[in-house]
Design a protein around this ligand. Structure first.
Ligand SMILES: Cc1cc2nc3c(=O)[nH]c(=O)nc-3n(C[C@H](O)[C@H](O)[C@H](O)COP(=O)(O)OP(=O)(O)OC[C@H]3O[C@@H](n4cnc5c(N)ncnc54)[C@H](O)[C@@H]3O)c2cc1C
Length: 443
């Protein structure tokens, strides 16, 4: 069986590893010109569910490299007001089983990890345009450079604007969630570190502000220094493993603080889509004029060329379709808002499940279309559930964005969270509920 994967993103590369590990022939075709090109955003949170999928698909040595290249494991999850006053802070206890921990990962580093060992089957500068499905079920994919590839299964792992999906399920739609997000990063210097409370330095922080404004902060510290030399003392550093990892050559990630600010689209000027770098940063500063000076200093000191904007979109679930030798995973079929931080984790879960189903076909334990149909049935269930949960958390129509009602909603939320903060049993229950949400997987 020859599997063609379109897109060398999180899900596509994880699938390619899984299939390779199982001995299935696979090739990956990526539009970006090089292995360091095209990435937007700096940090992705890998949940226990995502880690389990990676541990199933990656060769064991590479999975250890993944663990060794994660940023320092967050120890706290803290909610602040825009005046940087703590509302609620949960401790994220280090779990003895590596897969049970939340991981903070640089997108560039994760991409380099996932490309390791797939160099010979990953083709860059290959933009997919269309496919033909033949009478015998085999598929030919066409690319803008005039090349083609022929295989038994075509997997769309080409993200939100998937060209495969547009041909295969032309009725599948994306909707604007009514939210604009602006993100940026600033190098973690001693001066920047001094702007942040200790719990923010060692954890994930969120700021809920009036008007439905929201900001998330991630402090990312890596097991190598500014010159790229491996250092010890950051989480699970395995210095020898890292020093031997060729991916470090391509990775220019250094310690940083990443911030992501968002608000409903109507709060931004109409031409926000045309603004870049400095203009975007200044827009965030203009919208946060009454925020704590340390938070404002963080925005002010952000390097302009790191600032980017995303209009948040979300998939509209489609009715089940008949399985064929074309299938989809990740954002290509279930784009979700970043509200629950599970888009990449769901793509990894898809990759692990599809690996298992296709391996059963290769072993003669299942028939191809039955296996793909079973994968799609399950993937649609948890994928669309994740879409709904993420939308609930981040939608421009949420009352929190309304002028008067929004203030009441925010006040109520803060009162509730402060209560939880003072009652250990409630805190434990809240932490357990989140842990169980982020641990879901398919056996
Ligand atoms: C601001 C923000 C923050 C987020 N934070 C988190 C988080 O903390 N945790 C989390 O789990 N998720 C998070 N997500 C979601 C996550 O980034 C995505 O869900 C995830 O990247 C989807 O993976 P994928 O493999 O499906 O697609 P992608 O990673 O987008 O990969 C698609 C690949 O296909 C390539 N491609 C596209 N078109 C073509 C073509 N025609 N031909 C060839 N190649 C093509 C692209 O270049 C790309 O490399 C966040 C998203 C946003 C916007």
């Amino acid at each position: 069986m020859r599997v063609i994967v379109i897109g060398a993103g999180t899900g596509g590369l994880c699938l390619a590893h899984g299939l390779r590990r199982a001995g299935v022939e696979v090739s990956v075709h990526e539009r970006d010109r090089t292995r360091t090109g095209g990435l937007q955003g700096y940090r992705v949170g890998i949940s226990p569910s995502g880690s389990r999928a990676l541990s199933r698909c990656l060769p064991p040595e590479l999975y250890r490299t993944f663990l060794a290249t994660c940023a320092r494991t967050p120890r706290h999850f803290t909610m602040y007001t825009e005046k940087f006053r703590e509302v609620l802070s949960l401790d994220l206890v280090e779990q003895p089983v590596p897969e049970d921990n939340e991981r903070s990962v640089s997108r560039m580093t994760l991409r380099q990890v996932l490309l390791t060992g797939l160099e010979d089957v990953t083709h860059f500068d290959r933009e997919f345009t269309r496919y033909d499905q033949h009478a015998d079920g085999t598929v030919t994919a066409y690319f803008t450079d005039g090349t083609t590839v022929h295989g038994d299964v075509l997997v769309a792992a080409d993200g939100t604007n998937s060209a495969v999906r547009r041909q295969y399920l032309p009725h599948a739609r994306l909707e604007d969630a009514g939210i604009v997000a602006v993100g940026g990063k600033v190098a973690l210097t001693p001066e920047i570190r001094a702007l942040l409370p200790d719990r923010a330095v060692h954890g994930i922080s969120t700021v809920f502000a009036p008007g439905g404004q929201f900001c998330i902060l991630h402090v990312m510290e890596f097991p190598w220094d500014r010159s790229g030399a491996v250092r010890t003392g950051i989480g699970g550093t395995d210095a020898e493993l890292l020093a031997a990892w060729p991916g470090l050559l391509f990775d220019n990630t250094r310690d940083y603080v990443m911030w992501g600010f968002s608000a409903s689209t109507d709060k931004f000027p109409a031409d926000i889509g045309d603004r870049r770098g400095e203009q975007l940063r200044r827009q965030v500063q203009a919208m946060t004029g009454d925020w704590h000076p340390d938070l404002r200093a963080l925005f002010a000191r952000t390097e302009d060329d790191t600032v980017f904007r995303v209009n948040i979109r979300t998939s509209v679930p489609v009715e089940p379709w008949s399985p064929s030798t074309v299938t989809l995973l990740g954002d290509a079929i279930h784009t979700m808002t970043p509200g629950r931080g599970i888009g990449a984790n769901t793509a990894l879960r898809d990759a692990a499940l599809l690996t298992r189903k296709l391996t059963a076909v290769r072993d003669g334990r299942a028939e191809l279309l039955t296996a793909i149909g079973e994968y799609e049935t399950r993937m649609r269930e948890y994928g669309y559930e994740a879409v709904a949960a993420s939308r609930k958390q981040m939608s421009g129509t949420d009352p929190i964005h309304r002028p008067v009602l929004g203030r009441a909603v925010l006040a109520g939320m803060r009162t509730g969270m402060r209560l939880v903060n003072h009652v250990p049993a409630l805190k434990r229950r809240m932490a357990a509920a989140e842990q169980s949400f982020r641990t879901a997987e398919d056996e």
